[in-house]
Write a new protein. Structure first.
Length: 587
């Protein structure tokens, strides 16, 4: 997420001598008037406290550190930690005071000062200091993904016990104060004892934070339980009022989603966000005691990209002709009608369901931007042409797509013998890793079309731990990947598509994109000085990424499918851009 204007009581910029309790993209913030800001509109300030929220997770976990690269962290650990600022969920571009009571951005945008709220405490009662913020930043840098994310932050200076200044390598990256606002705060005194730092040494070390909950108990592979801190220092802050209402939040683990679904029908847990169309259409009718609600709640979130991601680090995916053939073989329309009860819409962009999605043809300004990024002539020739994700609204269209795919494979040097495509004696075959059985039917149907082309796709099913480790180390041919997008794209695009992240284990550069053109566009996007420039640059980046044919796009749903038992109450007003069980309460 990126931001470029920093508000001070409605002013566009924050001067060094002043502080503001919010940061906003356009200098405006819905809750900027502190005299009337009591709680977010989507939070029920009078929600009663108490009760238990039962949630679920799949697979297992082997770590209590959500910030470490290695391991599978337990569900819900974010409940333990507070961040410097907190994002509003009913406006796209604003953060409000939490651990930091105010923010000062220098007029030249080369630094930011956070002042720590004098009331801020860790759950053991120790006051949060600027030293804790600096320590937290240092510990995050142990993870190469965070190190990359914070690459434009050169360091920090402790001004006093409650003030810390972060310095920037560039004056052009206006999102950096907001990136730092997302920093989770770790307790230095807890990890630094007798001159020794224990942070990250043991994956199951009990964590300490300053959030609304503490870790009450856990059993690896079975459950993790959090207890509400009744002395939570921020419980009456406007940015926290009406939230974190349950005394206990418990996650129970299930081996797979089939087992989890049966547990829900038996009210072993209270809610589930449903991702499978077939389950949503049929499975909930199995309950003998249907005292739960099925809700479809519209949202305005970008859907990003979900699809079959190809690993371009490997053959045959390094060949663009093969990649295009794989796109042509996918029949979304048939799958949507026959497998998904026509519930979905097709994904056609890496920034799907947002104003940042590319248009079919490039504008003159976009062409100039590409030239400034030194696009090569062959790429420019392709980019001039409108890009359309292949579709098959009829069986005749599917046959035509498969014929085009065969022609491309022939151009790539493949010959089909005995229903198997070969090139230089090597068969065209690969494996698709899955950890979610909900995608198996889709993959089987896709595999049938691939087989008509002489391509063999093996479906390899793994448990969540094995799958996570394989994906983090890029040890796969093809996966079902999801790249989420925010309401304001920024630094995270390097993590998704930047050349440096292609070899950074654990990144979401699933396909291994290494492109000077993409890197240039990402830099331009990050340094955009206006909303219009950001939109234009992001659309151009999207067009270039689509041209690479690295992913077979799936589909999206412009609403949340929520099944929730009647013992749980929800606010009448739902946030536009998110859904959080921490806004709910027990009836």
């Amino acid at each position: 997420m990126r931001f470029w204007a920093f508000a001070l009581w409605g002013l566009g910029l924050v001067g060094l001598a002043y502080g503001a309790p919010f940061i906003s993209l356009d200098g405006q913030a819905k809750y900027s008037d502190t005299s009337s800001f009591r709680a977010f509109d989507y939070a029920n300030a009078n929600a009663k406290k108490g009760g238990v929220l039962k949630a679920h997770a799949l697979g297992s976990f082997d770590s209590l550190n959500p910030f470490a690269l290695q391991g599978q962290s337990a569900a819900g650990l974010e409940l333990i930690y507070d961040t410097l600022m907190v994002q509003s969920m009913d406006e796209p571009y604003a953060q409000y005071a939490l651990v930091a009571s105010d923010v000062v951005v220098s007029p030249s945008y080369d630094s930011v000062i956070f002042t720590i709220d004098s009331r801020a405490r860790f759950s053991d009662g120790v006051a949060i200091s600027a030293q804790d913020v600096g320590f937290s930043f240092d510990m995050m840098l142990q993870n190469p993904l965070y190190k990359q994310y914070y690459a434009d932050i050169t360091g920090y200076e402790i001004l006093d016990s409650r003030k810390i200044r972060f310095k920037f390598a560039t004056k052009d990256n206006r999102e950096l104060p907001l990136i730092l606002g997302q920093l989770s705060i770790l307790p230095r005194h807890y990890y630094m004892q007798d001159g020794q730092n224990s942070y990250g040494k043991s994956p199951l070390q009990i964590p300490l934070g300053s959030g609304a909950y503490t870790l009450a108990r856990y059993e690896v592979g079975k459950l993790v339980e959090y207890k509400r801190d009744k002395n939570y220092w921020a419980r009456d802050l406007p940015s926290r009022k009406g939230q974190f209402n349950f005394d206990i939040v418990r996650y129970e683990y299930y081996r797979d989603d089939t087992a989890a679904m049966q547990a829900f029908l038996g009210h072993k847990y209270d809610y589930r966000l449903e991702s499978a169309a077939k389950v949503w259409a049929r499975a909930y009718k199995q309950s003998k005691d249907p005292t739960f609600r099925k809700l479809e709640i519209p949202h305005s979130l970008p859907s990003g990209m979900q699809g079959f991601f190809m690993n371009l680090r490997k053959e045959p995916f390094d060949n663009p002709l093969v990649r295009r053939a794989l796109l042509l073989a996918f029949n979304f329309e048939w799958s949507n009608e026959n497998l998904f009860f026509s519930q979905y819409q097709r994904t056609t962009s890496f920034f799907n369901h947002s104003i940042f999605a590319s248009t079919p043809a490039l504008s003159k300004t976009q062409q100039e931007l590409l030239r400034a990024c030194k696009v090569d002539s062959s790429s420019m020739d392709r980019l001039y042409k409108p890009y359309i994700v292949p579709s098959a609204p009829s069986l005749q269209a599917e046959r035509e797509n498969l014929k085009l795919a065969r022609d491309l494979l022939e151009q790539a040097g493949y010959v089909v013998q005995n229903n198997q495509a070969y090139k230089n004696g090597i068969p065209l075959r690969f494996s698709l890793l899955l950890d979610n059985p909900a995608f198996e039917r889709l993959a089987i149907r896709y595999g049938r079309n691939l087989k008509l082309l002489g391509i063999t796709m093996e479906i390899q099913k793994l448990d969540s731990s094995q799958y996570t480790n394989r994906v983090k180390s890029f040890d796969y041919d093809m996966i079902v990947g999801i790249i989420p997008q925010s309401l304001s794209p920024g630094n995270e695009q390097r993590y998704f598509f930047g050349s440096v992240s292609a070899d950074t284990q654990g990144s979401r550069n699933y396909s291994g994109v290494k492109s000077a053109l993409v890197d240039c566009l990402i830099d331009r996007l990050i340094n955009a000085r206006s909303r219009d420039e950001l939109v234009l640059t992001t659309r151009t980046l999207d067009r270039v990424l689509l041209d690479m044919d690295m992913v077979v796009p799936h589909y999206f749903l412009p609403s949340f499918r929520l099944a929730i038992w009647d013992n749980i109450a929800m606010p009448k007003v739902q946030p536009l851009y998110d859904m959080s069980p921490m806004l709910w309460w027990a009836r």
